[in-house]
Ligand binder design. Structure first.
Ligand SMILES: C[S@@+](CC[C@H](N)C(=O)[O-])C[C@H]1O[C@@H](n2cnc3c(N)ncnc32)[C@H](O)[C@@H]1O
Length: 222
């Protein structure tokens, strides 16, 4: 199997080296479409949260935006590309309330119970398609979410024909380690298999979907 993680790491490190935060325009700083951040923020704001985790955080744009509205919450951004994390740290966002760490989505470095090691909200924005082992990723997210925690995936969406072409032909040439293009059904099936209650699942723009779910802990019968 191709080493998708190494390819992602290398290409996103290269992208980070080209980004100059001091000289970039506001628009360029949001290297993904600005509209996509707004959609994810709206979903996050439905939840009361103390602990927030952004998996595949890039240069920390989502956290930068949310921190303005939730200055008392604790935010962690995790990314496999160390140069992305360097840039996120350079922003010098509130040090008491933010941490940016290098790590792999499929092997999260949190014990799931100590302070700031479990989360009320986990997001994964425009990153899920890079993961070679989606079940491993879901297992990890489930492990670190608090009971009733919310898990939001925002990712590419496309027609079934285009998806077939990407998954069967063009992904193998992707310089950014794109592993699989999902449709809503595949993502919601994963949520359901991991016992999440689906709160929202829709295509929100021409080319993006959002799926949001809650970790439900079933009462144990005596
Ligand atoms: C397209 S960018 C999105 C960044 C950010 N979520 C945003 O929307 O601004 C994808 C990010 O996922 C990261 N990534 C890819 N595979 C990863 C993995 N296995 N674990 C953690 N991060 C990963 C990349 O390094 C990159 O920064």
């Amino acid at each position: 199997m191709k080493d998708y993680k190494e390819i992602s790491k290398k290409s996103f490190n290269e992208d980070a080296e080209k980004l100059n935060l001091e000289e970039s325009s506001e628009e360029n700083k949001f290297f993904m479409k600005r509209e996509s951040y707004d959609i994810v923020q709206e979903e996050v704001k439905k939840e009361n949260f103390d602990d927030f985790l952004d998996i595949g955080c890039g240069i920390g744009n989502s956290i930068e935006l949310l921190l303005k509205e939730f200055p008392e919450s604790h935010f962690i951004g995790l990314d496999i590309a160390e140069k992305m994390i360097e840039l996120a740290k350079k922003k010098k966002l509130s040090p008491e309330h933010t941490e940016f760490i290098i790590g792999d989505a499929e092997n999260l470095p949190f014990d799931g119970h100590s302070p700031h090691q479990s989360f009320d909200v986990v997001i994964c924005k425009e990153t899920f398609h890079h993961f070679p082992h989606p079940e491993k990723f879901f297992t990890e997210v489930y492990r670190v979410l608090k009971p009733n925690g919310r898990f939001i995936i925002f990712d590419f969406a496309t027609t079934e024909i285009s998806r077939w072409i990407k998954n069967n032909i063009t992904n193998s040439f992707s310089s950014h380690g794109i592993c699989h293009h999902y449709n809503i059904q595949e993502v919601t099936d994963l949520y359901k298999n991991f016992n999440f209650e689906i709160l929202r699942a829709e295509n929100v723009t021409d080319d993006r979907m959002i799926v949001s779910g809650r970790k439900i802990i079933k009462e144990q019968t005596k």
